[in-house]
Design a protein around this ligand. Structure first.
Ligand code: ARG
Length: 460
């Protein structure tokens, strides 16, 4: 005779190979707090609806608290043969409080139970991400505040394009992280829906109150359709998409740190705590933290693709394939949390080198747009101004100097509209200072952005 909880109809036990293949307790035990919280809510609801006596529910709840203590103090006897976290906890409850423990599962199935646990877990993760995203955005804003005057080449195609302030560059990431945070907050609305009461797939004959369970666990409402409730995992997909975008954003900045730390750029000096040396080349200081983060993006995208693939062919309702939802999420969750923390630490200590950025400004004709705009302001049609500027750039390039180093006579060869005031227009500081339109790199715009982001950071 099988000794499994579901073993009534089975003559023989599970083979060892199958047991190891099907168990999930090795990883889903992470959800023990959520499982216990869901079970307590379920027991109290059963009592409220008269399915259990009030005193029975209280003994079950007390027993679940004992189980919680055992788990947290490390003495809980986790057993692989009990398959998953749900059956491990229920079995232990029954050992501790006797046959009454067997009443906890009334009107419930592991199908709705596991989904509630997972939703609780995902919701907590999203909350942690939003907190860490705000913290990291705060570091970007702080570092931006230090560098409102620092200018560097802004690039398109990784080619020098126009001068920008380092503050503007850093704030770009703060805006990305703000959207990541808002995206996670929005996803939370769809994660915080309780599936409990859907039972195996069709609902139950017991007079349950799913809305009460939802309220007790802190969710906004209960499922609308039992078959949907036990079988969809779109809430996890959406959360993995949120995780993927977060990692994409972090990875872009990692790439910049890696480039900027290269001596050819030399825009940053890496904090020792986030770099490593080479075992053979004594001069090396490698940007390992940034590289690892850039590399770990693959795990998170992989988790999203993996779960999308698990779901695509599943007929309604629960299928055991769905057990494959948890590991990818846990892995992505660990990666996102650690990456956000490491990035906050690394950015806080990154040493920017304004003098190197300043040097780079002089290479690449970053003030060419200014000359074209200067001519246009003097009435030269922009297309012609663009052409004149191109010729001036070619001349300066041939001489190996910047546009601002051409003399007035040399410049006037290209257009007599050019006067002494051109040199003011060609200054990099002027180019930045004049871009004060909304969202631009000008100092007033940067100040406004910082104020707007700080207001967001202070909102609860
Ligand atoms: N460990 C299972 C999972 O993660 C729990 C649900 C099992 N349900 C079932 N009908 N076998 O999906």
């Amino acid at each position: 005779m099988s000794t499994k909880m579901w073993g009534g109809r089975f003559g023989e036990g599970t083979g060892a190979l199958m047991e190891a293949y099907s168990e999930s307790v090795s990883y889903d035990r992470r959800m023990y707090r959520q499982d216990i919280a869901g079970s307590k809510a379920h027991a109290r609801m059963l009592a409220k609806r008269g399915v259990l006596a009030g005193e029975e529910a209280e003994r079950i709840v007390a027993g679940l608290d004992l189980v919680l203590e055992e788990i947290e103090s490390g003495v809980f006897p986790w057993r692989q043969e009990l398959e998953d976290v749900h059956m491990n906890i229920e079995q232990r409850l029954t050992e501790l409080i006797g046959p009454l423990g067997g009443k906890l599962h009334t009107g419930r199935s592991r199908n709705d139970q596991v989904c509630l646990d997972f939703r609780l877990y995902v919701a907590e993760s999203l909350e942690v991400w939003t907190k860490l995203l705000r913290e990291l955005a705060g570091v970007f804003v702080d570092r931006a505040a230090e560098h409102q005057e620092t200018l560097l080449p802004g690039c398109t195609h990784l080619q020098p394009a126009q001068p920008v302030s380092l503050a503007q560059h850093l704030l770009a990431y703060a805006w990305m992280l703000r959207r990541d945070c808002e995206r996670a907050e929005d996803a939370l609305k769809r994660v915080r829906v309780s599936p409990l009461g859907a039972a195996a797939l069709a609902g139950t004959t017991y007079p349950l109150d799913p809305a009460m369970v939802a309220r007790t666990v802190g969710f906004s409402h209960a499922f609308g359709n039992s078959m949907d409730a036990v079988s969809d995992r779109d809430f996890a997909l959406e959360s993995l998409f949120c995780a993927s975008v977060i990692m994409a954003h972090l990875s872009r900045f990692c790439e910049e740190i890696i480039l900027w730390a290269n001596p050819r750029f030399g825009y940053v000096a890496l904090p020792d705590a986030y770099a490593t040396g080479s075992s053979i080349m004594p001069q090396k200081k490698n940007p390992d933290a940034a590289e690892l983060m850039r590399g770990r993006v693959g795990r998170v995208y992989g988790s999203l693709m993996g779960l999308l693939t698990v779901l695509k062919g599943l007929p309604l309702t629960y299928n055991r394939d769905l057990q494959e939802d948890k590991e990818p999420f846990f892995d992505a969750d660990d990666t996102v949390r650690a990456s956000l923390r490491v990035m906050a630490g690394m950015l806080a200590e990154l040493r920017f080198r304004p003098e190197r950025m300043r040097e780079a400004l002089g290479q690449g004709f970053l003030n060419a747009t200014e000359l074209a705009d200067y001519l246009a302001a003097k009435g030269v049609p922009f297309r012609e101004a663009h052409h004149i500027t191109g010729r001036a750039v070619a001349q300066a390039e041939a001489l190996g100097i910047g546009l601002e180093q051409l003399t007035l006579e040399q410049l006037r060869v290209f257009s007599t509209a050019i006067d002494q005031d051109v040199f003011e227009a060609l200054r990099y500081e002027t180019a930045v200072a004049r871009r004060n339109g909304p969202g631009g790199t000008g100092p007033q715009s940067v100040t406004n952005q910082m104020a707007e982001l700080s207001r967001w950071l202070q909102r609860p």
